[in-house]
Design a protein around this ligand. Sequence first.
Ligand code: ARG
Length: 466
Amino acid sequence: MTSKQTTEKPWGGRFTESTDSFVESFTESVSFDQRLALHDISGSLAHVQMLSHVKVLTEEECQLISNGLGDIRAQIEAGQFEWQTALEDVHMNIESALVQNIGEVGKKLHTARSRNDQIATDLRLYLREVVDTTSAQLLKLMTILVDIADQETETIMPGFTHLQSAQPVTFGHHMLAWYEMLKRDQQRLQDCRKRINILPLGSAALAGTSFPVDRELTAEILGFDAVSSNSLDAVSDRDFAIEFSAAASIIMMHLSRFSEELVLWMSPQFGFIELGDAYCTGSSIMPQKKNPDVPELVRGKTGRVYGDLFALLTIMKGQPLAYNRDNQEDKEALFDVIDTLQACLHAYAGLMPTLTIKKEAMLAAAEKGYATATDLADYLVQKGIPFRDAHAVVGKTVQFAIQEKRNLSELSIAELQQFCDKIDEDIYQYLELVGSVAARDHKGGTAPNQVKQSVKQAREYIAALN
Ligand code: ARG
């Protein structure tokens, strides 16, 4: 464990002993931060361009370094770059290769810069791209939900509270409830993007740099909206990564709720839907089983993402200003958030179009649960009975229907009138499921007419973002 090794470190000047090999593997990050390589190179290219503009580097030096970085980028893209643990992280691996390839001039790349502002910049560039790809995934899934809603504006299912049949709703309305959650999720990502898209470069190690840097130019080249206002803050805080992970956790929470419903609906006891065979697996012992593993895994993976969020919050909580090596621990948690979230969104985009909707089963379930009891109460209120009294009358009526093992709409007018003489023949249209959903015809209501309008608005909303 205490053996020494001798690879020369870019920071080795003040050291007389080489790094312990255990310490080398304990402190390295290149095994995971190489994921940032292309963004690291983009940051370096912008940095040297700026340095040449302010005449800290000559145009020729800038050209040589840029060409050298371009070659390394090509090598990385071709999977031919050799990453070395002894060179610790992505930054020093690339810088060493540069010096090896183009000679002494390569050593000028790190002028007016520290790995502290470099890593903060790399992470922001990378996460900005992730926000954009995740946002596109969300918009895709939103479109899929709207397409289903469009097909199912008239499909009646029981709506639940406390997982007890409550009032009938349309399946299209239910799909648009999911859509609304994702719509807010996509907005949250866009909002978080504003705070990601700030340039830390120029903060150097912690205090700024004595070189006449033009940070606005670097920001412009890299497409950042602004430069950071305080160097100590810029190199040290990772709140932007935490904020993204919090937004990701909320998305996962929503996907987990969808998953819970899909799992319930697919059980033979509900029998509301079927998922495509390609998205299910069987049991090795029970031949009859077709299990909804994909939604179950999404529900399970939600726990991972929450855990990553907590890891990130905890990594930050004890750190004094400015940069501390603790921050290196942000990456694996953040990358796990991203990979898990994107995989789950991908799974959902594939899964949802395989849904078979079993309308008869949904309708039969809605008919069973006295779901139009509220409609009977509302009817009595229209006849002048106070709502509380109407509620009591309907309670008695439902009790009678349960004893009789019949639906409300199956009771005769004489039977209904036992409970209230204000009930007339016109009651039946209110007790029918179709009449019940159609009656909720206001913005945000479940009526097919409203669902159609919401579908139209949703399509316009998505189109405006694409
Ligand atoms: N690998 C480091 C990280 O991820 C890069 C910055 C290192 N800076 C330093 N002063 N050791 O945070």
